[in-house]
Design a protein around this ligand. Sequence first.
Ligand code: ARG
Length: 461
Amino acid sequence: MAKLWTGRFSKETDQSLDVLNASLPFDCRLYRQDITGSIAHAKMLAKQAIISKEDGAAIVKGLQEILADIDDGKLVLQGAEDIHTFVEQELTKRIGDAGKRLHTARSRNDQVALDLRMYVKEEIKSIHDLVVQLIIALCERSQEHCYTVMPGYTHLQRAQPVTLAHVWMAYGNMLRRDCVRLNNTKALMDEMPLGSGALAATTYPIDRQYVCDQLGFAKITDNSMDGVSDRDYCMELASDCAILMMHLSRMCEELILWCSWEFRFVELDDAFSTGSSIMPQKKNPDVCELIRGKSGRVYGDLMTLLSMQKGLSLAYNKDMQEDKEALFDVIDTVEHSLQVLIPMFLTMKIHEENMEQAALGGFINATDCADYLTKKGVPFRDAYKCIGEMVAWCIEQGCALKDVPLVKLQQFHPLFEADVYEAIDLQTCIKERKVPGGPAPDAVKAQIEALKEFVRKEAAT
Ligand code: ARG
């Protein structure tokens, strides 16, 4: 394999080293960023008269053609150590000596730092936009389910009544924060490292700001050793994605439960379900399980990145080549997960009647029943005890609170009157939870509106 370094060495490298050293099989995905960065660099070199105008123009033209050929599949990315070497070799093959001038005032260390930052910036936007799409999907479906009562759970035990829309808005708000986290990561990493050189910048009169402006970064990096050394933005993206995957995983876990015959709250569309090779009756939520499972991969990738860097003295060390596969895996995993989750969510069938049926059992209006007495002046702790005794009695009788006749209720507490049945009706229980953030239809509609407003603002930026 042809090397960029010649002169110092009298022997070819061993083949086993070549295999270990090679990153082209995975950093080939940075070809667009690498070439775009090189075009900006070449234009700057010519502008500063570090190379001639003619050489500058030949390099730019050559690079544009290489980019087009790779895009068209005419040029296959192989036969070099990494993407930077590949592009430079190909350029020199095509335009001769001018190609050899491209690397003036640059090192692969600041080159890879630039490529990776450009790539991460773009991918943050892609992931962000997918999360926004999922929020839109949650808002859309929630609109139809502001009155769909279901049990809210704690400890996976039926606790208090909520609505389906309220549950989905909980996830919507988690995803909103995921978007903000991604925005923050992007704002913090928006710095242009080219010009850092190998580690100690360069003696050439380069114009870093010019490169920065061409590539659309917010500013140039402030320190050349930092510019080539840190991969904190990769870790930050991985960390944002780990949290995002944790949210998706919880959402999926919930759907897995809801798909079971024990719940039967939802049914996935056939296009997003799988069967069993032996059990003909099965319809499995594999998509949800895969997303739940893949969250672990992303956590692992985050750990890979953190461990890769923690012991490295300044500046560039080859360990850092290990950043890419972990980072790419994070990005691919998150994007694929969202690309399947969104249509799966939009097409799934809701069995409202089963949710409502579940809400009728499990005494989820017991708190409301205690509140009824409390509002009549009974201290809450006494009311709590009284309803506890009533629940125990109902369990024995096999009935719900709403089925207990008034005379019986009055034996438990004399302050019960006929209006108690209205007070413990599930629709009333929902309607009365109308504080901001609560599950009452109007409160949830406000949550939906707030998220839609968030989405509108995100689209505008
Ligand atoms: N393939 C390398 C990487 O991904 C590019 C930088 C190589 N620099 C060096 N001095 N060997 O990190």
